[in-house]
Write a protein that binds this ligand. Structure first.
Ligand SMILES: Cc1cc2nc3c(=O)[nH]c(=O)nc-3n(C[C@H](O)[C@H](O)[C@H](O)COP(=O)(O)OP(=O)(O)OC[C@H]3O[C@@H](n4cnc5c(N)ncnc54)[C@H](O)[C@@H]3O)c2cc1C
Ligand code: FES
Length: 521
């Protein structure tokens, strides 16, 4: 295939992880129940929390808004590593050696814990031990790379400096971490899910939590109006949807990135790679029934704020072509993760004044080990009241204040998006070909229109049901995306990704609006 053919993305996006596994099916909650611990969100973080809480004599349930493990975990790169960008020198300098040590220990432990779990429960999850590299092609980053090697080594990680990687691109230097790994995230997650269900954890799909009432216990209401009464609640919904405490909407933003799974003429040389430069590029391989694929990931931007989204895939094709002779692109997909003010996750009590409400979020695109770490921190807090790693992950940590400048910048950006969306000039009518979408104004209302491949028009009110920002069309995934906190909706208005919990209002005036498109008023 030539480059133009490779960029002819006719097939809809599809994750390799999803296409190579069978989903498990769980019922929708159709009655009121009472439990000891309710976990909201059935991604890797939620499932592993339930796993760690087994054997404590607790009644456990998971509420999942869509399907278990269908969220970010189904679209990740799935490197299992404590190498989370150039982080250790920064954490040591800004937060101190003790907290850096906690972070290193926790994530190194998580690598081993994934192996232990898969071995103990005989979960075939394609676990392969690999070295992980962060490389730079820029002179100005070299000192940071060298400092990172020293910081990581001091914390007990097997880190070294290398001046080459096995690709045909010039680099200035790289950090190498040994004894890291990669796996198939869904084979692992689904294996765990089966295990916890067999051990009595009640799992409910298509049961979105839309509200939490606080009395002696928590009462969580689902989208079907059913109520779960729980002594303790863990919010593992990726982006926390509960706004009453914690101001999470003001201290998390989401970044979206794109993935290609390519078939190349060359065999992959081994290892896992990411650069320290802009634009970000991450690479690993995966054996499949149809031979090897190579994952090339990157081109991130804030959700809902990218350029024409298809351009991001095209940029990755160009990059992949510099490393390999790309023969085919059987899969491509995109996803997003939660980014925090100081670059570290928020795991622990939702706030210091909510002792029975917990959160695991803000994984910074490193949520594989961080989900496992979250599960054991939250288990320890629930069962023992403390965890050796609680300080560095504490959502109310004092060191967040030191990053207040970023905090303000992120909030200005959200406020700008809110205003831009409200004030932007919109056409009164537009022509839409099949596959096209646009936003227009009718009777003072902002209407998002999408014409599907069969020619049918789908109309929604484009005001986000989370906190009222105006949505933008994502042409690569055919969804309405929120530039403020990253909620995403289908073209029919159904929630794909929170924090929003309510669907968009669909406009039922399709016939009148269709006339606006087709007739000259
Ligand atoms: C491009 C990219 C590459 C990445 N690569 C890596 C990597 O190589 N290594 C690594 O360590 N990490 C990586 N990550 C990060 C990692 O994949 C994620 O941090 C992790 O999968 C998040 O798991 P989660 O359980 O928090 O979220 P999810 O898997 O999204 O699970 C959250 C679940 O909660 C559900 N939910 C949401 N709202 C509600 C509600 N109100 N009620 C009920 N359910 C709800 C959702 O439907 C979803 O199923 C990457 C991230 C990105 C974006
Ligand atoms: S996600 Fe918060 S306003 Fe849309």
């Amino acid at each position: 295939m030539n480059t133009d053919q490779l960029k002819d993305f006719k097939k809809s996006p599809e994750s390799y992880w999803l296409s190579s596994t069978q989903p498990l099916k769980y019922p929708t909650l159709d009655e009121d129940i009472e439990v000891d611990v309710l976990i909201i969100g059935g991604g890797l973080a939620g499932i592993t929390c339930a796993y760690q809480l087994l054997d404590q004599g607790l009644i456990l349930a998971i509420l999942e808004g869509n399907t278990v493990l269908g969220g970010v975990t189904a679209h990740t790169t799935a490197k299992i590593t404590s190498q989370h960008g150039l982080i250790y020198d920064k954490v040591k300098t800004t937060m101190g050696g003790d907290l850096a040590q906690q972070y290193a220990d926790a994530n190194q432990w998580a690598i081993r814990e994934i192996k232990r779990i898969s071995d103990e429960h005989e979960i075939e999850c394609d676990y392969v031990t690999e070295p992980a590299f962060i490389y730079t092609q820029e002179e100005k980053q070299l000192q940071k790379i060298e400092k990172e090697v020293n910081a990581a080594r001091d914390l007990g990680i097997k880190a070294s400096f290398v001046d080459s990687i096995p690709f045909n691109i010039p680099i200035k230097g790289a950090v190498r971490f040994d004894d890291q790994a990669r796996f198939h995230p869904l084979k692992f997650g689904l294996g765990m899910t089966k295990h916890i269900a067999e051990q009595g954890v009640q799992i409910f799909e298509n049961s979105r939590a839309i509200d939490i009432e606080e009395n002696d216990c928590y009462v969580v209401t689902t989208s079907q109006g059913k109520r779960v009464t729980a002594k303790k609640v863990i919010i593992a919904t990726h982006y926390p949807f509960y706004n009453k405490h914690g101001m999470y909407f003001a201290r998390i933003y989401t970044e979206r990135a794109y993935a290609l799974a390519i078939k190349a003429k060359e065999k992959f040389p081994g290892g896992m790679y990411i650069n320290a430069d802009d634009p970000a590029r991450s690479i690993r391989n995966q054996e499949t029934q149809d031979g090897e694929i190579i994952l090339v990931i990157g081109d991130h931007h804030k959700t809902g704020q990218g350029m024409s989204m298809i351009k991001h895939y095209e940029a990755l094709v160009d990059f992949a072509n510099t490393l390999f002779t790309v023969q085919d692109i059987p899969y491509r997909w995109s996803t997003q993760d939660c980014m925090t003010i100081d670059g570290l996750p928020y795991v622990g009590n939702y706030t210091s004044s909510t002792p029975n409400l917990y959160v695991a979020t803000g994984f910074q695109k490193w949520g594989i080990t961080n989900s496992i770490v979250s599960s054991v921190i939250l288990k320890d807090l629930i069962v023992h009241g403390k965890s050796p790693w609680q300080d560095v992950y504490n959502p109310s940590r004092k060191t967040i204040v030191a990053s207040a400048k970023n905090f303000i910048v992120e909030n200005i950006n959200v406020a700008e998006q809110l205003l831009d969306g409200k004030l932007s000039q919109l056409p009164k009518n537009i022509n839409l070909e099949p596959g096209d979408a646009g936003v227009f104004r009718i009777d003072g209302k902002r209407i998002g229109a999408y014409r599907d491949r069969q020619g049918n028009l789908h109309l929604v009110n484009t005001t986000c049901t989370h906190m009222g920002c105006e949505l933008n069309w994502n042409s690569a995934e055919e969804s309405w995306d929120c530039p403020c906190h990253g909620s995403r909706f289908t073209y029919e208005g159904k929630v794909i990704t929170g924090p929003a919990v309510k669907p968009l209002r669909a406009s039922d005036d399709v016939n009148t609006i269709e006339k606006l498109f087709t007739e000259d008023y």
